[in-house]
Design a protein around this ligand. Structure first.
Ligand SMILES: [Zn+2]
Ligand SMILES: [Zn+2]
Length: 367
């Protein structure tokens, strides 16, 4: 029983702690592959709620986790992947069957950051899919306080995009947004596309995008981009806001050079531990440019995105271009690693889990 917490004396079967659940899970040790295997999870607190994941989105960060290139301070191996997801409550009270999403960043609510709402900077970093098992599995335990109900009529395809949307929304709220602005997004991956889509909430004059692949044009247009180009010099100058979501040194340099005097540059793209970029120092100083990094999301940003989605004001589900069964997670990861044609968000559908034989060990080899 989840309500009894981690019962060390209560052994359920074969030395497994009471309350534990075993199910197939997409697990990685950070050595270049992720494998579906039987994996046991145990509630950490009496307040943990058991949820059955429905859809799990994959992103470049998952590849960094698989490859072991992610900053070691932000990962515990082995780990079940899955930090962008939605599911249905299976193990708790009157909310049985309710569709939910959960904040992945688990704040202590007591440290100097948490008490002022900067829960993304909590001193005890703990995040679903990074330091505790994620949702690419038959079951996941989530602290009750981090669950958010999804409104009736909102699809799983929409709900599973709350997490990356919260990353973007939080970054935009740092960006001195105002109506009528000229915005440049550098990067045409899901975060860049979501940034364009959510930036429309502030009624900008135009949103331009420097992408890496021309196949992303149609998605960019659906996200509200006015001008899409793969030529780094194919856009205007003097942007009020530049959001960098490519995570490459040249893209960061381009982002800084595209800002107007007094403009804001927000960096959300991760480039890999230790990667550095150069930029024109005098241009940044004389330009009075605000350079901001934005890490993950705060509880407030996550709640705001859930509200926007539940109210029907946004629906980013058009960004999902690929859906794979859980048994084909290896194919999903290959598609993520080797983009081909139009590619938005790639999701894995957990509804076939009952037929996935972990003994059949679908393997994802990358190297
Ligand atoms: Zn992600
Ligand atoms: Zn804290």
């Amino acid at each position: 029983m989840a309500e009894e917490g981690v019962a060390e004396e209560g052994v359920a079967e074969e030395g497994v702690a009471e309350g534990s659940i075993a199910s197939p899970a997409l697990v990685t040790h950070g050595r270049g592959e992720a494998v579906i295997q039987r994996h046991t999870i145990t509630p950490r607190s009496p307040d943990d709620v058991l949820v059955a994941p429905e859809l799990v989105g994959l992103c470049g960060t998952d590849l960094e986790i698989i490859d072991g290139t992610i900053d070691p301070a932000y990962i515990h191996y082995p780990i079940t992947l899955g930090h962008e997801w939605c599911g249905r409550i299976v193990g708790s009270d009157g909310q049985l069957g309710a569709r939910v999403v959960a904040e992945g960043v688990i704040p202590c609510r007591a440290c100097r950051f948490c008490v002022i709402g900067q829960t993304n900077l909590c001193e005890t970093y703990d995040e679903i899919g990074f330091t505790r098992d994620g949702a690419a599995a038959g079951a996941i335990f989530v602290p009750r306080a981090l669950l958010h109900r999804i409104a009736e009529g909102v699809s799983a395809r929409t709900a599973c995009l709350v997490e990356p949307s919260a990353v973007v929304f939080r970054a935009l709220t740092l960006a001195n947004m105002a109506p009528g602005q000229k915005i440049l997004i550098v990067g045409d991956g899901t975060i860049g596309l979501l940034a364009a889509y959510f930036a429309s909430l502030w009624h900008p004059r135009r949103i331009d995008m420097i992408g890496g692949r021309k196949e992303q044009l149609a998605l960019a247009q659906r996200a509200g981009v006015s001008r899409f180009t793969v030529d780094p010099n194919g856009v205007e100058d003097e942007y009020d806001l530049v959001l960098e979501a490519a995570g490459r040194p040249a893209a960061v340099e381009r982002a800084l050079s595209a800002s107007r005097r007094g403009g804001t540059v927000v960096l959300v793209g991760l480039a890999g531990t230790g990667t550095t970029a150069g930029f024109d120092i005098d241009q940044a100083v004389n330009g009075d440019i605000t350079i901001r990094g934005s890490f993950s999301y705060t509880s407030a940003a996550f709640r705001d995105v859930v509200g926007l989605i539940n109210d029907g004001r946004v629906d980013p589900s058009f960004l999902i271009t690929h859906q794979f069964s859980f048994a084909r997670s290896d194919a999903a990861l290959r598609r993520l690693r080797h983009p081909d044609g139009e590619r938005g968000k790639i999701v894995v559908d957990l509804s076939d889990l009952s037929t996935t034989d972990p003994g059949d060990a679908s393997r994802s080899n990358h190297g």
